[in-house]
Design a protein around this ligand. Structure first.
Ligand SMILES: Nc1ncnc2c1ncn2[C@@H]1O[C@H](COP(=O)(O)OP(=O)(O)O)[C@@H](O)[C@H]1O
Ligand SMILES: CC(=O)OP(=O)(O)O
Ligand SMILES: [Mg+2]
Length: 398
């Protein structure tokens, strides 16, 4: 069965086509700069361990045009991988916020779409784009079942003591105000890989997902028991453009003393804070380049970013009452050795020790980067949210 997975962002669409249950990637790609000029599609077709890359530069005004272009590549007479769009039986969508309504993978119906829409205010950078991806996919992949896999689902096992806020009860019971947690598909995927690697079903694992958005999860015996994000994907770690944990008094101060309105504050905290607020750059590669030029801002930003991660490692070790492994994943976690080094420095008390040489190596697959006598394993595990989504879709339909 062919399952097409869509991870639709505000200005990009990531996609992968799988043959399931073999879990074989047929092709994958990325549509970038949607809505801006000079959009780019990078499309890769995989055959017998090699990949053939096609790059298309064109103006892609919106997600509908983006997905139509992708569909044209899928069915292209020369480089196409299917003859007809109808060969795709399932389209799996990453949906960031599923609230408390969606604890499992769900077939999309008009009612499900309505619920996803209701959650827009809780994930304003993500759910609208996910919704748009579903809307467009329904029109292009008419015969396919559309399935939603929610970032929040894996975190639904958190105990109430972890997910409730100490605000009046009615806000939870009437309005669902609580911590949800995100990047769940990634935390689930890498924590399962870690448990398999350790050959320990009841492993206590801290997973650290560092992409544009960043979050950590505490996982005990395959179940999430806590995470660093909250009602929406803005708090916890310092991210590319989001502030992470701040004292809520800052918001009142910005409004009452400095005269910003709430929409402006939202934009500041979601889009202009984090690494971009501290250095002018949100991409870790640019910040590394600044650091190499001796930028003090870049140094402080690195220190703050990794100090926050260290704090959460301490917190989650206490929550788990023990620790078998720490896992780094996603764009920064998989690629940036300095982030990994600083994040686990000065944690010898917890039995965490890095092997600096191993940390610098670039190899594919799961890598162990702890020193031989480290009590805790430190692993780099490439995430694959798209594969996890395809697997969950396949499981749901069989
Ligand atoms: N080689 C690298 N070195 C350091 N950081 C990298 C590297 N490659 C990617 N990144 C970082 O990863 C981020 C994107 O991670 P990714 O997991 O793809 O995020 P998202 O899925 O949220 O878009 C980039 O913004 C960049 O900061
Ligand atoms: C939930 C979230 O932060 O997602 P992303 O990292 O894709 O922005
Ligand atoms: Mg991501």
């Amino acid at each position: 069965m062919k399952i097409f997975v869509i991870n639709s962002g505000s200005s990009s669409i990531k996609y992968q086509l799988f043959e399931m249950p073999a879990a074989k990637t047929i092709c994958s790609g990325l549509v970038e700069r949607i809505g801006l000029s000079d959009s780019i599609i990078t499309h890769k077709v995989f055959t017998d361990g090699t990949d053939e890359v096609t790059i298309k530069n064109l103006d892609i005004l919106d997600h509908a045009i983006g997905l139509q272009e992708v569909n044209a590549l899928l069915t292209d007479p020369k480089i196409g991988v299917i003859h007809d769009t109808d060969e795709i039986e399932v389209v799996g969508h990453r949906v960031v916020h599923g609230g408390e309504q969606f604890a499992v993978t769900t077939i999309i119906s008009p009612a499900v779409k309505e619920q996803i829409k209701k959650l827009f205010p809780l994930a304003p950078l993500h759910n609208p784009a996910n919704y748009l991806g579903i809307d467009v996919a329904e029109k292009i992949f008419k015969k396919a079942k559309q399935v939603a896999v929610f970032d929040t689902a894996f975190h639904q096992t958190m105990p109430e003591v972890a997910f409730r806020y100490a605000i009046p009860n009615e806000f939870y019971y009437t309005h669902g105000i609580r911590a949800y947690g995100f990047h769940g598909t990634s935390h689930k995927y890498v924590s399962e890989q870690a448990a398999t690697y350790l050959n320990k079903k009841d492993a206590k694992v801290i997973t650290i997902h560092l992409g544009n958005g960043c979050s950590m999860a505490a996982v005990d015996s395959g179940k999430c028991v806590d995470n660093s994000m909250g009602l929406g994907p803005m708090n916890g770690l310092i991210m590319g453009t989001r502030c992470g944990d701040i004292d809520q008094s800052v918001i009142f101060h910005l409004v009452n003393q400095l005269g910003y309105d709430l929409d402006q504050v939202n934009t500041i905290l979601n889009k202009k804070s984090g690494m971009v607020g501290l250095t002018g750059h949100s991409d870790m590669r640019d910040i590394t380049a600044e650091l190499q030029k001796g930028s003090k801002d870049a140094q402080l930003a690195y220190d703050m970013y990794t100090y926050r991660i260290r704090k959460y490692i301490g917190t989650f070790t206490a929550v788990l009452n023990g620790l078998d492994a720490i896992v780094f994943t996603a764009g920064v976690g998989e690629n940036d050795a300095l982030t990994r080094k600083l994040s686990i420095s000065n944690l010898e008390y917890l039995g965490i020790q890095l092997d600096e040489e191993k940390n610098l190596k670039r190899e594919k697959g799961i890598r162990e980067i702890n020193a031989v006598d480290s009590k805790v394993k430190v692993l780099v595990i490439p995430t694959n949210e798209e594969l996890e989504i395809a697997q969950q879709c396949h499981k749901l339909l069989h």
